[in-house]
Design a protein around this ligand. Structure first.
Ligand code: UDP
Length: 140
């Protein structure tokens, strides 16, 4: 399988509860390498752009407000099949439906405050990484 890069966010519910280390341990245990990472406060414009695909959904406003409610940690993860692998490690969007041992089953508070984001395709991974990182910030 090819080595890929995917984009990850440790969301406000994770940073607020001091769970960034616990989640990073789960990421690294799964064989993914954190090749870029920074703690940032994202702006409303950034959050709206990032989740623009969900603009028409009823939860959009709440989602944007949540994403700007506290700092987040944005990351680039690298590894074999990293995009699908991280989706597996994250677990289902709704933590009550997520498999045991996944980040969301272990840590998420709700379907909205679900601790992590991970890209869902190679195309989106490239777009999302470029939204938050310049090339020289990624050190593989
Ligand atoms: N979300 C929400 N309510 C829902 C579905 C999604 O608040 O009913 C939020 C949740 O934070 C989720 C994000 O919107 O992670 C993006 O939704 P998507 O379906 O893309 O899920 P993901 O790819 O994050 O698993």
């Amino acid at each position: 399988m090819a080595v890929e890069r995917t984009f990850s966010i440790l969301k406000p519910d994770a940073t607020e509860r001091n769970l960034t280390g616990a989640i990073n341990a789960m990421i690294e245990k799964a064989g993914l390498r954190i090749v870029a990472q920074k703690r940032v406060r994202i702006t409303k414009d950034q959050a709206e752009q990032f989740y623009s695909v969900h603009k028409a959904r009823p939860f959009f406003g709440e989602l944007v407000d949540f994403m700007i409610s506290a700092p987040v940690v944005v990351q680039v993860l690298e590894g074999e099949g990293a995009i699908a692998k991280y989706r597996d490690v994250m677990g289902a969007t709704d933590p009550s439906k997520a498999a045991d041992g996944t980040i969301r089953k272990t840590h998420a508070k709700s379907i909205g405050e679900n601790s992590v984001h991970g890209s869902d395709s190679a195309e989106n991974a490239a777009i999302e990484i470029a939204q938050f990182f310049s090339g020289n910030e990624i050190v593989g």
